[in-house]
Ligand binder design. Structure first.
Ligand code: HMG
Ligand code: MG
Length: 305
């Protein structure tokens, strides 16, 4: 299939990136990074997570942050929500998109959510109805689609069954998670060929962690199957605290750079994207895995200031 003309980037750095971070960023600092990401015109920013603060201490200021965003037009602000209590916090903050999550492997779901997949599904169904009733867009992550840190192989039948269930709830977009960076291009092609026989490409996003450096190759493979929505994290920060071996998401700068070189539009302002990544790298005070962050300097790229 020919490459698409345009792609949507879902920026998950402030949520997936920070949830695994040992350096504490206070609420003002988180908001500053989100503002820099918004200045780069990323159309979707997942700003935080309304999970239990003891489970993800790095995001314990989720309510305060979400209620004090400097919201910009044309940017949708999303948050991760595990259950009705998290949903109440989401509504309180008046965000745009609720992102729910379930794993395709039983052990990861149990470790991550303290419940079985069968217990999680009706909660997602109810939250989707509640979100839609309030006019909100909905997204759901299906984790460990390409491999599980505990169970290793994840049967394709299970991925199909859960994708079908989530779409039947009326969820707008399902993000298939390569939670620990196990996916490789051949597997991505095979799994997507099967999925796209049954489900429309515009309902499917891909969420690659870049543990083994396969992120860009996997995205290129997925582009050729017709997928046009990809998650990424500024600087390549990230990882699931309940998935041993997981590291950061594929870096947003690297994804956008590759897409632009392929002639694919993203509407993202690349120089300002580099600036946001430079900012978070300085804040966490270590070298982040992004390539483009180190190949470019925003100071030389940004001409109009
Ligand atoms: P639990 O302990 O089973 O919760 O945790 P519970 O329902 O038994 O309630 C226990 C207490 O927690 C109660 O308080 C609740 O009110 C409270 P008490 O009565 O004892 O005072 N509680 C909450 N408090 C604040 N916010 C809430 C909330 N819910 C209950 N939302 C729970 C269950 C789901 C909350 C917990 O397991 C949890 O927070 N898990 C989240 C783990 C997590 O954030 N993982 C990383 C995100 S997923 C990911 O990274 C993968 C992804 O990126 C895709 C990919 O890469 O594949 C999305
Ligand atoms: Mg993730």
């Amino acid at each position: 299939m020919a490459l698409p003309k345009s792609v949507l980037i879902r920026e998950v750095g402030p949520r997936d990136g920070l949830q695994n971070e040992s350096v504490w960023l206070d609420t003002n600092e988180k908001r500053t990074w989100i503002d820099l990401l918004a200045a780069a015109q990323l159309p979707y920013i997942e700003v935080t997570s309304f999970v239990h603060p003891a489970w993800v201490p790095a995001l314990k200021d989720a309510r305060e942050l979400a209620q004090s965003l400097n919201k910009k037009d044309k940017i949708t602000y999303a948050a991760l929500i595990p259950n009705e209590k998290g949903l109440a916090h989401f509504f309180e903050a008046n965000l745009d998109i609720g992102a729910m999550f379930v794993s395709s492997s039983e052990t990861h779901n149990k470790k991550n959510m303290n419940q079985s997949i069968q217990e999680t599904l009706p909660v997602i169904k109810q939250m989707t109805a509640d979100l839609k009733a309030e006019g909100r867009k909905t997204r759901a992550y299906l984790s460990t689609v390409f491999g599980c840190p505990y169970e290793k192989q994840v049967p394709m039948d299970q991925v199909l069954r859960l994708t079908e269930y989530l779409l039947s709830c009326g969820i707008d977009e399902i993000s298939l998670g390569d939670t620990i960076g196990e996916a490789h291009p051949l597997q991505v092609e095979r799994r997507l060929d099967i999925l796209l026989e049954r489900f429309p490409a515009d309902k499917i996003a891909l969420h690659f962690h870049d543990t083994k450096g396969m992120g860009l190759a996997n995205i290129y493979t997925a582009l050729k199957t017709g997928i046009t929505i990809f998650d990424a994290s500024s600087g390549g920060l990230g990882g699931c605290p309940y998935a041993p071996g997981s590291s950061g998401n594929v870096a947003t700068e690297d994804v956008v750079h590759m897409l632009h070189k392929l002639g694919i539009e993203t509407n993202v302002d690349f120089p300002r994207l580099i600036r946001a990544a430079e900012w978070i790298e300085a804040k966490v005070d270590r070298t982040l895995p992004s390539h483009c962050l180190h190949a470019f300097h925003s100071h030389y790229l940004i001409k109009d200031e």
